[in-house]
Write a protein that binds this ligand. Structure first.
Ligand SMILES: *Cc1c(COP(=O)(O)O)cnc(C)c1O
Length: 398
């Protein structure tokens, strides 16, 4: 605790805290918002949403991209498009955000929680193989921290189950790659988030990527409150009417305008984030063995989307002590997901209880360092110093 005391009293305590996340304006966001407000088309289906969707489709090669109010909404739309209902099962990781499961549960499907593997914290193919049965309609994967999960392992398991659909909850992985292929292009559906905590933001927003051209026409109807309004706008029908189920999924053009300004700067933003990842990795890796922690890994065949940077401490109490010491040093590090399979709602939506020991263990030991576009060199040095000091102060007796 000597070090913590020193930090509390020392000059570091007078510096402003280093925030965990700071959303930043990166390009023409504010000009575009003015433009859209002056132009008067504020609702969904506007010119900025179209430009944003085109940019995302060009990157992913998707047949169509629908801009939505959130990633959660995009997952819900994918659940509707698969006509999920009671009696169907969807397999989701235990180590993820609630929406990855919630979107399918609220459509009536039961959930099966699958464990993760320790290399990428993505879905574990070996556990997945034990969960599949004739009720399973879909498997949802997450590329945690922007690093692709074991896509090949998962494809190998699903090769025996050709009817099972693959959905990518790609909230972390935009502009990441797996063996050169863009994340978001690997399943029938992929979803994106533009929540203020993600790499590219508009406050609240998301997208559904349709990778099967067969889904496009019906998706347009469900997206537009169950109407064929899109076909009407294209002049394909002379009036539009109620055709199908659906909801109000469309992103306001005010937000799409802001988002386009962000996405136009994707190379700059991803470059800044790569620098943060690389600086953390280079500064911390040499101390990992000595100080008893692990630094996140990126397998050679994957390009990270640089969504976050995490380390794993040796056990839960130590992780919590390190967080507390860093907080005292003015550095806002944080933990992440509590496993879903043991949550109240997870238990009630599960078709049966499953064991996910790795999700539990990782949830206990994971610590995320401050991560945003504009962390300066002195900020990064302070984060690294605070983490190393806290790790040293909490080093277990050997
Ligand atoms: C952020 C996040 C979501 C939810 O995104 P929203 O846009 O807030 O709905 C879903 N899944 C994962 C993995 C996320 O990180």
């Amino acid at each position: 605790m000597a070090q913590a005391q020193e930090l509390e009293d020392g000059p570091a305590a007078e510096l402003p805290d280093i925030a965990f996340n700071v959303p930043s304006v990166e390009g023409r966001e504010l000009d575009y918002v003015q433009e859209v407000v002056r132009g008067g088309h504020l609702s969904s289906g506007g010119a900025f949403a179209r430009r944003t969707a085109e940019l995302l489709a060009a990157d992913s090669g998707s047949a169509e991209v629908l801009m939505t109010t959130s990633c959660t909404a995009a997952l819900e739309l994918s659940a509707m498009l698969m006509d999920l209902q009671e009696g169907d099962t969807v397999i989701v990781p235990s180590f993820t955000f609630t929406s990855t499961g919630l979107a399918f549960a609220r459509q009536g499907a039961g959930l099966l929680f699958c464990d993760i593997e320790p290399d990428t914290l993505g879905l574990d193919p070996a556990h997945l193989a034990t969960l599949l049965d004739e009720h399973v309609r879909a498997v949802v994967i997450v590329h945690y921290a922007g690093v692709a999960c074991d896509v090949q392992g998962i494809r190998n398991v699903l090769a025996d189950w050709p009817e099972v659909q693959l959905v990518e909850d790609n909230a972390h992985g935009l502009f990441g790659t797996w063996r050169g292929e863009p994340l978001g292009s690997l399943g029938r559906f992929a979803t994106l988030s533009f929540h203020e905590t993600k790499n590219f933001v508009c406050g609240e927003g998301g997208a559904l990527l349709l990778n099967d051209p067969e889904d496009v026409d019906r998706a347009r109807v469900l997206y537009d409150k169950g109407t064929n309004r899109h076909a009407f706008m294209l002049g394909q029908v002379d009036k539009y009417t109620w055709k199908d189920t659906g909801s109000s999924f469309g992103l306001s053009d005010v937000l799409a305008a802001y988002l386009l300004g962000q996405l136009e700067q994707r190379d700059v933003v991803q470059g800044k984030r790569r620098r943060v990842s690389e600086r953390y990795a280079a500064a911390l890796a040499p101390y990992a063995d000595e100080l008893g922690f692990e630094v996140m890994r990126v397998p050679d065949d994957r390009g990270s989307a640089h969504h976050m940077f995490y380390v794993l401490l040796s056990h839960r109490d130590r992780r919590n002590d390190v967080l507390e010491l860093m907080r005292k040093a003015g550095v806002q590090a944080t933990f992440h997901y509590q496993p879903l399979h043991t949550s109240d709602a997870g238990r009630s939506f599960a078709v049966r209880q499953t064991d996910c020991p790795v999700s539990q263990d990782i949830g206990d030991r994971l610590l995320r360092l401050p991560f945003h576009n504009n962390l300066s060199d002195p900020d990064l040095d302070r984060v690294v110093a605070a983490f190393l000091e806290a790790s040293t102060a909490t080093l277990p007796e050997r």
